[in-house]
Design a protein. Structure first.
Length: 182
């Protein structure tokens, strides 16, 4: 069974707007390591469209620093599943996931492989509600954003977690991995 791992960048005050965190080469190397622990990515529509706009080739010259290219190549090559009731079709090595979310994700987890990787805000909330996330990683940025969106707003039941690893970066960012206590 493939584990479902979730990772999100978040500020100290709980904001998970991708535009307010720190961006550097060390964090992108860490993100590549995360992606290499998975056979496929699971995205909601918003995250899929954001990642596609930022990392699908061809990128305009000079749009992003050279050190970001390995991450761009890794995410471009990754198999993607997109949960959406509004998109009619996807490409970019992607497949639409429709119907019962729990059943669809359980089926993906049953396949053999290294794992599935999910990002974003809304889809992980639904997956947490269903008890389908096997590992949570919060990449905490030393920033106060003063606005949202925030993580797991509206979660109906508390999820108790156990810290399994902690990694500090030169920028002051700290990545903490947790597993649910079951």
């Amino acid at each position: 069974m493939r584990p479902l791992r979730y990772s999100i960048n978040v500020t100290l005050d709980g904001c998970c707007d991708h535009r307010v965190g720190l961006v550097d080469e060390e964090l992108h190397r860490h993100a590549i390591e995360n992606l290499e622990r998975a056979d496929a990515l699971l995205f909601g529509r918003v995250t899929y469209e954001m990642m596609e706009a930022a990392f699908r080739p061809p990128a305009s010259t000079g749009v992003r620093p050279d050190w970001m290219e390995p991450f761009a190549r890794t995410i471009d090559a990754a198999r993607k599943y997109v949960v959406s009731s509004t998109l009619d079709r996807v490409d970019w090595n992607a497949e639409l996931v429709r119907g019962d979310l729990g059943q669809a994700v359980r089926q993906l987890k049953q396949e053999s492989g290294k794992g599935l990787f999910v990002g974003g805000v809304k889809l992980p909330l639904a997956l947490a509600e269903l008890g389908l996330i096997d590992e949570y990683e919060f990449v905490i940025h030393p920033v106060l954003a003063g606005h949202g969106p925030t993580l797991f707003a509206g979660l109906s039941q508390r999820v108790d977690l156990r810290l399994v690893s902690r990694l500090e970066f030169g920028s002051g960012v700290v990545a903490m991995r947790y597993e649910p206590r079951r």
